[in-house]
Write a protein that binds this ligand. Sequence first.
Ligand code: SAH
Length: 377
Amino acid sequence: MRPIIAQHNSVSARLNLLDLDRQGLEEYFSKLGEKSFRASQVLQWIHQKGVIDFQQMSNLSQALRDRLQQDTMIHLPELAYDATSADGTRKWLLQLNDGNRIETVYIPEDDRGTLCVSSQVGCALDCSFCSTGRRGFNRNLSTAEIISQVWLATCLIDEEKKPGRKVTNVVLMGMGEPLLNFDNVVRAVRIMMDDFAYGLSKRRVTISTAGVVPAIDRLGDSLDMRLAVSLHAPDNELRNSLVPLNRKYPLQELMAACRRFIDKQNTRSRITFEYVLLDGVNDSDQHARALIQLVKGIPTLMNLIPFNPFENSGYKTSRGKRVECFNKILADAGITTVVRRTRGEDIDAACGQLVGKVEDKSRRYRRFEEPRIGMRT
Ligand code: SAH
């Protein structure tokens, strides 16, 4: 059983052990003259047993417990808000030390429980249909702030005492662009996949990117896990207006990076492509046919996402019939598709609705007082 969290948010210069993966912990213990297996023990205490009080870590010597207590800390964000949707989806608002707030969403299904984790405070990418992007960007999350979301969710779900409920999958699809916070995200994913921590297999951890090409290559060299790529358009002109990052890394380069990524993976795997269907913008039969050409030769899972509307978005959700036609064209061409069911809408927990509370350093929010190119008015 994980303890109820009670702690103070004192900002401290002490090392936060939540920032360290196995390698980091081993280096730390080796400097103390301790054996490397201490890393596994501490990982287990923190992440499997949910113990954050050093004095309870009974297989460490008393001297080591005292040393850890004096030199380090296990510091989690504070829970600011906890909402449960009619469909069982839970959303947590977490307060960070600097006053920023981020959101984490848990989506229970019959055969799994997916945790949607944030990687940044806000997002710098400015995708025109995303509410998170509109609130601007503040900073990257630390490894501790990323893995804390998994720690807290595990603890809070345990408290529900509902059989079968747990975190079986993690998707880095919350606030932010994970590949623009590369090192901290990779370290957190390593903790998620470590057998002495959360032990998630490579098929159960997904990083979603809007297409940061050099980072996709680096990721392929660093980790064996699932990649999701947010496409949203089959040609550069349209994609430039929806995902501004496309001007830097156009579709041809992005698709080439996806092919390289697949080649590097040890096991047979595929890329999840995300495609938000926007009424009259990217959802015609022609768009579907162009999309088939674009992903040709790449093992693909096409995730069709109904647009989740928000105030002044300028976009509308594609109608059911249109989604069906679009889906059928892809399926008839042999592409595996999933139409994502919208979850947690009533608590603003759906894709692109996570806004937290961002002190915007980019002052972007002001710009959205006027409609923009590519948006319907
Ligand atoms: N920056 C990353 C991960 C965060 S967004 C990325 O772009 O992939 C997670 C997914 O939600 C992305 O596919 C994003 O395009 C999608 N999304 C954003 N706003 C949305 C909205 N209003 N409705 C539906 N999906 C949205």
